[in-house]
Design a protein around this ligand. Structure first.
Ligand code: FE2
Length: 265
């Protein structure tokens, strides 16, 4: 099984620039083309939050229009830039997004790897939280299929990264409890996250927790105390998670046109 992960699309309508510089709508097309060109083709695409920049209905409409070009199924998670109601309204055919719960949490059981999506959003806030209700859902889901290889998906990573301005708006509640739950379930192959616009890994609860590069802007690699948080237009990217013979291998890939490939001969 092959799974692609993209994240932090921050969709706006074409030409509507974030911070006066970033045109997110211009970046998603190349990302979709890169995924469609992969051979073998991923079985599905995970999109781990910040789907839109401001959570506005026309941003979701444009996101949906652009994602229609994806030639494989995709699964959406909300991030801190999203609006749950707007997301649900724009994707009424994505049944897993719907439901009576205020939280968008779901399981996907149709693949060799089970997917469990957690909702870390605190409306109108940049940081994330996992409350008792959301953690109880995860624990219940994991108890239902205890031996099944599983990926946990969430927007805010449950660890400190050293990029202090992002750590201040990280997962500020629920991370220790999450780690205890994950540590009781060695079938959790990964905790896959977004939010950081960079590739970062940490050992977590006996598994690996990681973040994924953004499809548009990246966060500057600036550790420690800094006056401001800064973004940088480094090459956008995605991750490719290959489930092979009971082991998950992750490739970091960049999006864009580059010279080559050339044979070594
Ligand atoms: Fe983001």
């Amino acid at each position: 099984m092959l799974i692609a992960q993209i994240t932090d699309l921050h969709m706006r309508t074409p030409g509507d620039k974030a911070y006066g510089i970033i045109d997110p709508a211009a970046f998603l097309g190349p990302a979709v083309r890169a995924l469609n060109a992969l051979s073998p083709r991923p079985d599905c695409v995970l999109i781990t939050g910040d789907l839109t920049d401001l959570g506005r209905p026309h941003e979701y409409a444009h996101l949906r229009a652009q994602l229609q070009a994806l030639e494989m199924p995709y699964f959406l998670l909300p991030g801190n830039h999203d609006d749950r109601a707007g997301l649900r309204a724009a994707f009424p055919d994505h049944a897993y997004l719907q439901g009576a719960s205020p939280f968008i949490q779901y399981s996907v059981d149709t693949y060799p790897l089970r997917l469990l999506a957690l909702d870390t959003v605190v409306p109108m806030k940049s940081h994330g939280e996992l409350c008792g209700e959301r953690l109880a859902w995860l624990e219940q889901q994991l108890a239902q299929q205890p031996g099944r290889p599983t990926l946990v998906l969430m927007h805010h990573p449950p660890f400190l990264t050293g990029i202090e301005h992002m750590d201040a708006i990280g997962l500020l509640a629920g991370a220790p409890e999450l780690e205890r739950i994950v540590s009781r379930h060695p079938n959790v192959e990964r905790v896959l996250c977004g939010h950081l616009h960079r590739t970062i890994f940490q050992r977590f609860g006996g598994t690996i927790a990681s973040t994924c590069p953004g499809t548009a802007h990246q966060l500057a690699l600036e550790l420690g105390p800094r006056p401001t948080l800064q973004y940088i237009m480094e090459p956008p990217g995605y991750q490719l998670h290959w489930w092979n013979d009971g082991r998950l291998v992750t490739h970091h890939a960049v999006i864009g046109e580059y010279p080559g490939p050339y044979p070594f001969a």
